[in-house]
Design a protein around this ligand. Structure first.
Ligand code: ADP
Ligand code: MG
Length: 219
């Protein structure tokens, strides 16, 4: 489903050149759950941002379902991202001014879906994440675990092809972290393809496969 070949990313500032990703290659099958691990600064976030089309590589190829994404222009990149990629962040990244319902609805507002269909999709995913009773509340009224469940609801509501998560349990205590990992596992069993960056050995055990990065290389 994903074919990543010789992805390279170099950050250049004044006189310093940092090779954040040094010719990374791997494939991902549909329905796989992959964990990316490695020490701080090894390139995990850079890789996930490129896979999530939040950034472009300097070199290499990134093919999803036969479409080359590495060389898309900004506008096409954004459009492809909104229709196909779900993102879960360590710090939840919910919008404080919007209710739980409105946060989850957001990705659907970029797609052409009629309002009944939209309502049904949002309600269904809120129920699925066991957070329907908080639909009218604002993010600051929720616990961290609940906020991450809302963020997961938002990431899957548009039925993306792939789900990317950057340290999804990093800001949670162990009970809430385990709940989030159980939820991701269930989504994976229902067919979601997931790539997750994690520091946690324990969380990595939920994945089918671990990719270890070190200094921009896969080891
Ligand atoms: P990780 O997520 O594994 O901690 P990152 O992908 O954030 O690592 O960073 C990889 C390397 O690239 C690090 O050396 C980091 O300092 C560098 N880096 C990341 N973003 C930038 C940037 N915007 N400008 C310059 N260097 C960067
Ligand atoms: Mg990082």
């Amino acid at each position: 489903m994903l074919k990543i070949e010789k992805l390279t990313k170099i950050y250049r500032t004044d006189e310093v050149e940092t090779i954040a990703l040094n010719s990374i290659s791997f494939n991902v099958q549909k329905g796989e759950f992959i964990a990316i691990m490695g020490p701080s600064g090894c390139g995990k976030t850079t890789l996930l941002n490129i896979l999530g089309l939040l950034d472009n590589p300097d070199d290499g190829s990134y093919i999803m379902d036969k479409i080359e994404l590495a060389k898309l222009k900004e506008k096409q990149r954004t459009q492809y991202r909104k229709g196909n990629i779900g993102f879960i962040f360590q710090n939840f990244n919910l919008i404080d001014e919007l209710t739980v319902y409105e946060n989850v609805e957001l990705p659907l507002n970029y797609l052409k879906i009629d309002s009944n269909e939209k309502k049904e999709a949002v309600n269904q995913v809120l129920k699925r994440m066991n957070i329907s009773h908080r639909a009218k509340h604002f993010p600051h009224q929720l616990s961290g675990g609940q906020q991450q469940r809302v963020a997961i609801a938002r990431s899957v509501v548009a039925k993306p092809k792939i789900l990317l998560a950057d340290e999804p349990t990093g800001n949670l205590d162990s009970k809430n972290g385990k709940d989030v990992m159980d939820l991701l596992t269930e989504l994976n069993r229902e067919g979601a393809t997931i790539i997750m960056v994690t520091h946690s050995k324990e969380d990595s055990l939920y994945a089918h496969r671990v990719i270890n990065l070190f200094d921009g290389h896969i080891i």
